[in-house]
Ligand binder design. Structure first.
Ligand code: SF4
Length: 200
C-alpha cells in the first residue's frame, strides 16, 4: 500500500509519522524509542499481535488500566494508567484525509489518546485505512465494532450479523466515539503506519 497520501494528510494535521513495511520492524522501532518510561496501553489487538506489551515490559514500567494480558506485565491501576509518560494504542479507522476514528465502551482508551500523557503512539495497520472520513466512520461502526463484539463474546446483534444495528443491548460496546482531527496541544503524538493487516 502506498502511504503517501495519508502520510501527507497526517503531517499537515500536526502528527509525527513513521511507516514500516513489516510489523516486526515497527515493533523494533518502538522498542528502541520507548525506554525507561512509564507506559500504558489501550486495549488493542494490533499491539498484542506485535508483542509490544511484553517487549516494552522488559525495560519500562507498565501501568495498565485493567488486567489486559494473561501474564502479569505491570501494575493495574486505572487512574495511574491515565497519566503515564507514554500511551500506545491503535484506532478503529484512519481516513486517508487524516481523521482517526475510535469507538470505546469504557472510555479510557479514547480519553488517553487525547489527554494525560507526554507522548501518544497510534499504531495502525493498512487494513484500518479508509478512503475518506465517511468511509472511516463506517468501518469503525460496521467492521471493527462488530468484530470486537464477536471476539469478546458480547450478546449484541452485530456479533451475529456482522454489522451494526445501533443496538440498545446491555452489552453494547459502542458507547463513545472519538474523532482525532489533529495533534492535541501539549503532548507529542506519533502515528506509526504498518503495511500489514493488524487488529480488527
Ligand atoms: S451499537 Fe450495538 S450493534 Fe452496533 S456495533 Fe455497537 S454493539 Fe454492535
Amino acid at each position: 500500500m502506498n502511504f503517501d497520501r495519508v502520510k501527507a494528510a497526517l503531517k499537515k494535521r500536526g502528527y509525527a509519522v513513521s511507516s514500516f513495511e513489516a510489523a516486526k520492524d515497527a515493533a523494533d522501532y518502538l522498542d528502541q524509542q520507548i525506554n525507561g518510561m512509564s507506559v500504558s496501553f489501550g486495549g488493542s489487538l494490533t499491539l498484542s499481535e506485535m508483542n509490544l506489551p511484553k517487549l516494552l515490559a522488559l525495560h519500562n514500567t507498565l501501568c495498565l488500566p485493567s488486567q489486559m494480558y494473561d501474564d502479569v506485565l505491570g501494575e493495574v491501576d486505572p487512574v495511574k494508567a491515565m497519566s503515564t509518560d507514554v500511551f500506545l494504542t491503535s484506532v478503529n479507522a484512519l481516513a486517508e484525509t487524516g481523521e482517526m476514528i475510535s469507538i470505546d465502551g469504557i472510555g479510557n482508551r479514547v480519553a488517553s489518546m487525547m489527554y494525560g500523557h507526554k507522548k501518544v503512539y497510534l499504531v495502525i495497520g493498512r487494513n484500518k485505512i479508509a478512503e475518506n472520513f465517511e468511509k472511516a466512520v463506517w468501518r469503525a461502526r460496521n467492521i471493527a465494532a462488530p468484530q470486537n463484539a464477536k471476539r469478546l463474546h458480547m450478546k449484541t446483534p452485530c456479533a451475529v450479523t456482522g454489522r451494526c444495528h445501533d443496538c440498545s443491548s446491555p452489552e453494547r460496546i459502542c458507547r463513545g466515539v472519538s474523532v482525532l482531527l489533529g495533534k492535541m496541544f501539549r503532548m507529542e503524538m506519533e502515528v506509526v503506519l504498518i503495511n500489514e493487516d493488524l487488529g480488527l
